[in-house]
Ligand binder design. Structure first.
Ligand code: NDP
Length: 495
């Protein structure tokens, strides 16, 4: 198939069509691996030309770079840290692996109480690091095979819109900023004493106790994982519930489950200060019902997971006229173009985006297709399945009950829900009383499923497939007439 030329659509910065014939990925891949580390001692800046420069080798950036290269574009991917970004190095992958270890340990420690079979952090982190290293190498190899040049260094735009890395300058036709996000620092005195989820994966041992601040994805996942590795956890949550964006019944069931597993949850708390005394940290907080009284939690470590902010500082975007939102996210249109048309943004650094790996990957691939091949279906970002990898895990897709009522103009009678609570075979086998909770939200008139919200170890796996059914307009009648598969937890959705 002949590759079409990339779109000539451009407005600055310094975006020029290149005259060199573009090579197909297969031609490029036969060349030796080129991994450039710009050298500081070069005096005169050399100008390189590229069809596509991707800044940030996280999930979105890597996906976009590979796809663009597969269309024959000359691609340069710039990353200042390890390939794979947050997901591979300090997010999804190490988190899920630690979670597996802890999950098995909880079953084994019940069944094999005589062995005292607990998962050991030190041992677990060695296995996690081995997998992260394998993934780093595999990402690199696949990029090389696709013909993507990898440069290590910090990228920024100069005033012409060229990209400067060390002493080298690249003149791109198109740019993708996919620099991701980083933890928001805790904005109170002593905030610098607080660690973030990034650091957890570097720990060789776990602290005896930890105060976790936040009630979102990361705080809940970290509280759950660390408590299963034997850490005494206090979870300080600003709201009166966990996981504000999830269905309230599931969030309430999770709070109960975490409490039963020993996590001490303090709701409606406002952290005011962190300090150190006698070798421990002290977290001062007030509670909504008694704002005049300062209370404290003492813990060996403090972790804040209060959201993530886009990595845009130092890129020189604003000087070029790229518009950012009030959180520093890059504003883009439906085609991921910023206010400077040749500069695009996807993933966690994009304004108003869902901070989820598959969302960034889908955006990156679509953009690369559009820029260099003029085709491609955009993913459906309305029904995005999501999971929280705590124990028990949460999986959700579609509207919560509250969102469905709001969408029905506040008319609660237009929304019907079904909720099932049961103890899974897995938990029964382990002698655990832990309940699983499945909640479905329907349009009361048509029976159409508007949302599915599950709490069970298998929830994330089930919800991935259920997202397809939801997009296709699955109704209560379909669920009733689909043969359930027995014995599974998923069968609780049917019949
Ligand atoms: P979230 O947005 O999920 O949650 C932030 C939490 O911190 C909220 O409970 C918020 O409370 C609270 N908070 C904000 N400011 C303060 C403050 N000053 N003091 C105390 N609490 C505060 O952010 P996370 O950091 O947990 O995660 C970031 C993103 O990463 C998520 O949005 C998610 O998209 C992604 N992620 C996804 C995962 C997955 O798919 N499994 C795993 C991990 C992360 P309030 O509600 O009151 O604002």
């Amino acid at each position: 198939m002949t590759k079409r030329q990339a779109s000539p659509e451009t407005t600055t910065p310094a975006v020029q069509a290149t005259s060199r014939p573009r090579r197909r990925a297969s031609e490029v891949s036969a060349e030796p691996v080129v991994e450039r580390v710009p050298r500081k001692r070069d005096v005169r800046a050399k100008v390189r030309e590229a069809d596509f420069v991707v800044i940030g080798a996280g999930s979105g950036g890597v996906a976009a770079a590979r796809r663009a290269a597969s269309h024959g574009a000359r691609v340069i991917l710039v990353e200042r840290d390890a390939i794979g970004g947050t997901c591979v190095n300090r997010g999804c992958v190490p988190k899920k692996m630690l979670s597996y270890g802890a999950g098995w340990a909880s079953i084994l420690s019940t069944c094999l109480a005589h062995t005292g079979g607990k998962e050991d952090w030190r041992d677990a982190i060695v296995r996690v690091n081995a997998e992260v290293a394998r993934l780093n190498a595999s990402y690199k190899q696949r990029l090389n095979e696709a013909g993507v040049e990898i440069w290590h260094g910090e990228a920024s735009f100069n005033d012409r819109g060229d990209i400067v890395v060390g002493n080298e300058v690249i003149r791109p036709r198109k740019v993708l900023v996919a620099t991701g996000a980083r933890p928001v620092p805790l904005p109170v005195p002593g905030g610098e004493l607080v660690t973030s989820s990034d650091d957890v994966f570097t720990w060789q041992t776990v602290p005896a106790s930890i105060a976790v601040i936040g009630g979102g994805y990361i705080a809940v996942e970290m509280a759950s994982i660390l408590s299963r590795y034997g850490v005494k956890v206090d979870l300080l949550v600003r709201e009166d519930r966990l996981l504000k964006r999830f269905d309230h019944d599931i969030a309430a069931a999770l709070a109960e489950a975490l409490t039963a597993k020993g996590v001490r949850i303090h709701f409606r708390t406002e952290v005011t200060m962190v300090s150190q005394s006698n070798g421990a940290n002290e977290v001062c907080y007030t509670q909504e019902n008694n704002p005049g009284r300062t209370q404290t939690v003492r813990a060996q470590a403090v972790l804040a997971a209060i959201g993530r902010q886009p990595n845009v500082e130092g890129l020189g975007l604003e000087a070029l006229g790229v518009k950012l939102d009030e959180h520093g996210g890059i504003r883009v249109d439906r085609q991921f173009r910023s206010s400077v048309r040749a500069i695009h943004a996807i993933g966690d650094c994009m304004a108003g985006n869902l901070h989820l790996t598959p969302v960034a990957v889908a955006q990156g691939r679509w953009l690369a297709d559009r820029l260099f091949d003029k085709r491609g279906d955009i993913a459906d970002f309305d029904a995005v399945p999501t999971a929280v990898f705590c124990e028990p895990a949460i999986g959700a897709v579609g509207l919560t009950e509250a969102e469905a009522i709001e969408a029905a103009g506040g008319k609660a009678d237009r929304v019907r829900t079904e909720i099932r609570r049961f103890v899974s075979l897995e938990n029964r086998f382990g002698g655990l009383a832990q309940q699983s909770v499945f909640k479905l939200v329907f349009n009361a008139r048509s029976g159409r499923v508007l949302g599915a919200h599950l709490m069970d170890g298998a929830a994330p796996e089930i919800i991935q497939t259920f997202a397809v059914a939801l997009r296709l307009g699955v109704k209560a009648s379909h669920l009733k007439t689909t043969m359930p598969l027995h014995p599974t937890v998923a069968e609780e959705l049917f019949g």
